[in-house]
Ligand binder design. Sequence first.
Ligand code: GDG
Length: 494
Amino acid sequence: MNRLIIVSNRLPFALDSAGEDLWTVTPAVGGLVSAVEPVLRERGGTWIGWPGIPGGIPDEPLAEATCDASYNVVPVALSETERDEFYYGYSNEVIWPLFHDLQNFCNFEPAYWQAYKQVNERYADAIISNARSDDFIWVHDYHLMYVAQALRERNAPQQLSALTFFLHIPFPPYDIFSKLPQQRRLLRALLQFDLLGFQTRRDVRNFLQCVRRVMPDARVVSRDALHVIRFEKRRIRVGHFPIGIDFDAFESGAKSEAVTQRSQQLRTSFPDCQLVIGSDRLDYSKGIPERLRAFRDALERYPELRRRVVLIQIVVPSRVDIPRYHEFKGRIDRLVGEINGRFSTSNWIPVQYHFRSLDREELLAHYRTCDIAFITPLKDGMNLVAKEYCACRFDDDGVLILSHFAGAAEQLKPDALLVNSYDVEQMADTILNAFRMSKSDRSKRMKRMRRVVRKENVFWWVDSFLKAGATLGGQSSPAVKRRRSHGVLQNASA
Ligand code: GDG
């Protein structure tokens, strides 16, 4: 049985200094943590990552933050410059915008690449110090694409049996990827892993296309569910593994007494209105201004929606220290102000805007109560909010409006109302369709979406990935602590 070692840029919580010897610990918000934390809690193992503060890591608050965790936590320290050049720089000013097809937002500053490599080497060292030869090493996301290369440069794979990687964000098509100055070095680094997982078939297609165009020495030798690339006398497997959610936890949470009460309050606060929810981290890839403009257009062109719909837009603060994100927030604030200024009446405000993270009960109450989820990223690896919304609609009601460009569209497309998030008029028309949709149509669609989200949940995702990894270098899947009642989480070798 192998232990599971998760390696990601951030740990599932952030430490922050609140004055001399005073520390706050906040749970990290984001898709990676939402998905991976329940898995590690369930199976045990080790999580290697950065606790979110530059400089040295204070022992005491770290010990306090991790005392209840059912897995080991290994912090990686980053200096302020490393944070700026590796995290804000290469990760978030180069890879994030480029991989979301937003090349005009990229800052291809050459110094960033050096910092990226250097920090990835630090993570590789942390793996070497903490892993045993039969551990299952699972590296996550775009910040750490150089880790396997750094491990190979240190001859570590002789001690470690398999190195695996999952990309949570999309992989771009060749025409966009080819703008990257380090395109060859980055692909070469990725090909040092033994298994590469992507969210969707489209991402796998894009990745293989880039490999074919940029790496003439690599050969794609099969086209089954798992593709195989031959490179430098090694075989690298590549597949799509759409990430899921802990469906049962969301569903039972939505049925709880506290959420039921909060849901009733929400409903009575907006009598005779259909509620539309949007909930995103503050990020320009999430299509928030486009969504607000579509909502404004819908109110403008379809007066029957006035006083009958309310958009509840939750924006979770994220990367606010980056100037682009700060400006972006200003744009959202102005649009909300314009819409409310233009349409509000004495007893109706069309956009309810929260710039903060809701606590879990509050978030679930919103999912459970809102009639329409309006999810319009310009590009998104998966988008877990879409799946969480379905999991909380145990009454089989609710309409999901979803961007074509979210990975989740590949699984939910027959029943979600798909939109082009760049097409404001089409999105406005779709709001009207959702508003007018019959109860029986809503129910048929939601039932089918819930079936998919329930079956292809986060434990199914992790099992599929670990099974694909289990065939590498004589690995078996990591040990499971206890079985779950819904039966998807099982020991692959059982
Ligand atoms: C990356 C990829 C991919 C939202 N509002 C609140 C809140 N949330 C939580 C949701 C959800 C998470 O944040 C957001 O997940 P997403 O998947 O939508 O987006 P990213 O953070 O960009 O995640 C993405 C994901 O990784 C997983 O692979 O799907 O494509 O970009 O879980 O519940 N949480 C709390 N309060 C809120 O107000 N507590």
